[in-house]
Ligand binder design. Sequence first.
Ligand SMILES: [Zn+2]
Length: 137
Amino acid sequence: MRNFLYRFRESFMRFMYGRYGGDELSRTMVYAGLALLILSYLPFLRFLNICSWILFLWAYFRMFSKNIYKRQQELSKYYKIRGKLFRKFSTYKQVHTDKTHRYFKCKSCGTYSRVPKGKGKIRITCKKCGAQMIKRT
Ligand SMILES: [Zn+2]
């Protein structure tokens, strides 16, 4: 039995040699797939069942893929998107929890300007693109 397990492990390792293996993106896809699978038990969310299987298959495809370069590119793209989402979320949190400042989004470049509250009507100059707006704080 031990010998069998050893040989199984050995042949699995040989199978995985030169393949990409698991990474953070695959792991996230499996977790997301599990979450969708659980949600799909709700009667009006049955279609999520298919989505979860697509995620599982895609995650396994990536693990066993031999095109390592392409998989690494997907991973770095994933990190970039995740970083962007994380930054967006932390900006949102800051804008909605800061009680002493107000935040105005620049109409031309999207940068937030932070100004102290209670200063009346003021002219705000965007520090990134120089656009001006007049707002009440
Ligand atoms: Zn701007």
